[in-house]
Design a binder for this molecule. Sequence first.
Ligand SMILES: Cc1cc2nc3c(=O)[nH]c(=O)nc-3n(C[C@H](O)[C@H](O)[C@H](O)COP(=O)(O)OP(=O)(O)OC[C@H]3O[C@@H](n4cnc5c(N)ncnc54)[C@H](O)[C@@H]3O)c2cc1C
Length: 307
Amino acid sequence: MIDDVFDVMIVGGGAAGLTAGIYSSRAKLSTLILNEGAVGGQMVLTNEIANYPGVEITSGYKVANIMKKQAKDFGCKIKSNVKIIKYIFEGNIKEVELKDGRKFRAKTVILAPGGKPMTLNIPGENVFQGKGISYCATCDGDIFSGKEIIVVGGGNSALEEAVALTNYASKVTVIHQFDHFQAFEHAVEEAKNNPKIDFIMQSELRQFIGNGKLQMVTIEHLSTGNIEEINIDGAFIFIGYKPNTESLKDIINLNERNEIITDSEMKTNVPGIFAAGDCIVKRYRQVTTAVADGTIAALSAADYLRN
Ligand SMILES: Cc1cc2nc3c(=O)[nH]c(=O)nc-3n(C[C@H](O)[C@H](O)[C@H](O)COP(=O)(O)OP(=O)(O)OC[C@H]3O[C@@H](n4cnc5c(N)ncnc54)[C@H](O)[C@@H]3O)c2cc1C
């Protein structure tokens, strides 16, 4: 156990956590960021960020390193490659325990552990991520202008993003494993009424194939067992999102998808505990939205400490 009790402890050093670190250390609050893996989170996986206002096309790695430097320059302490496995949020001083047994304490905690899109886990998926396979229409839609793509999934995200992708792609084929969709009726109608969208139902992807970039997928028609090969330029996968909140169950309020429930000031149901970024209940997961959440969470934590 280290003796320091920080004013603000931040779980996760992605866009949300680093922004919270910048704001709270600049407000002269002693601040510690604990991050599993490399600082930057999903940003460092992003080859190219073209939609962060004020910054021309750049790599996620560069944006992450500038954010990290800004936080450190204001006095924020950052510990990388540490994983929090236990949270003790009773009482005024909050405590977390790392996988290696170390413990850290603070008066407030900002939870920003992010999450990840669910993957199909089929051959070729790892190979063509960022080379034709995407999990984010807002991020990568324009790369496929005039191209033929598939969308995998049958929920609201899949159908709404399929419609959005018709702004770029010449043809969108939605591939879904069941004979019906799980999306709201209005989303299904909108997709069905779009002349650029086709549907292949009761079918599952089996493999991604290409040479340097994605060129083809194989699908299995579940009712017949027949395998079909389809030539495509891109594949968008919307089969769900998994927030990194496993150890927070029964500690704070999560919704049915294990996303952290916050109010508009990023407060959770536990006093002194705030949350920000991709881990919270929200529709759009972007660097800009994570940065906004991180700002609000840090300002709310400062307000909590003042009062
Ligand atoms: C391939 C890809 C491309 C994208 N492209 C764009 C784009 O072009 N433009 C855009 O705006 N957005 C893009 N996004 C989305 C954007 O990157 C995310 O919305 C944003 O970075 C989320 O930030 P975050 O801080 O909430 O979470 P994350 O970036 O996920 O950061 C969370 C951090 O917390 C750490 N962590 C998790 N659990 C623990 C724990 N128990 N203990 C300690 N640390 C923990 C994680 O390791 C991670 O470092 C893209 C995402 C991906 C995956």
